[in-house]
Ligand binder design. Sequence first.
Ligand SMILES: CSCCC(=O)/C(O)=C/O
Ligand SMILES: [Fe+2]
Length: 176
Amino acid sequence: MRAYLYDNLDTDCREPHEQIPSVPVSVEELEASGVLYWRLKDENFADQIDKICEERNYKNRDQITVSKEGLGELFDAKIKTFFAEHLHEDEEIRAILEGTGYFDIRDKKDRWVRIKVEAGDLIVLPAGIYHRFTLDTNNYLKAMRLFKEDPVWTPLNRPCDENPYRKAYLEAIEAN
Ligand SMILES: CSCCC(=O)/C(O)=C/O
Ligand SMILES: [Fe+2]
């Protein structure tokens, strides 16, 4: 995983969009925005996932392959939905199994922070954080999606600042 400030250029979102010079963002800075990160080791990947699931009460899981082949005729629509700035009323928890991609999150100053993920990365975006997702130019990512109860995937597009989960998120990170 690498994270850095996004350059905000209006070009292909699958390009890195890293500012020159780069402005790296640390795991601690991500945590200040409520984003959690684990690096899972190949040799005991399953055990580590199970441990995190037990500790954080994630009871269910499934898998998604974000690629033309994996999503078929839904591909274009899904890619567009994923990259529209949105929030969820539940955590977004993804363990990357194969491939690469980018999660962009809004930090405390409302700047885009780009998080490059690859196989072995587990990321948790808190409920209420504005974010988006895109593949990179490899056009392939397979992820395990973890959730506490039934999955709530509904993306609520910005602006939804009056949403109670948005307000609770802002209060929580303010207290950080
Ligand atoms: C890497 S899983 C696909 C992206 C997704 O599920 C989502 O909600 C993006 O914000
Ligand atoms: Fe999302």
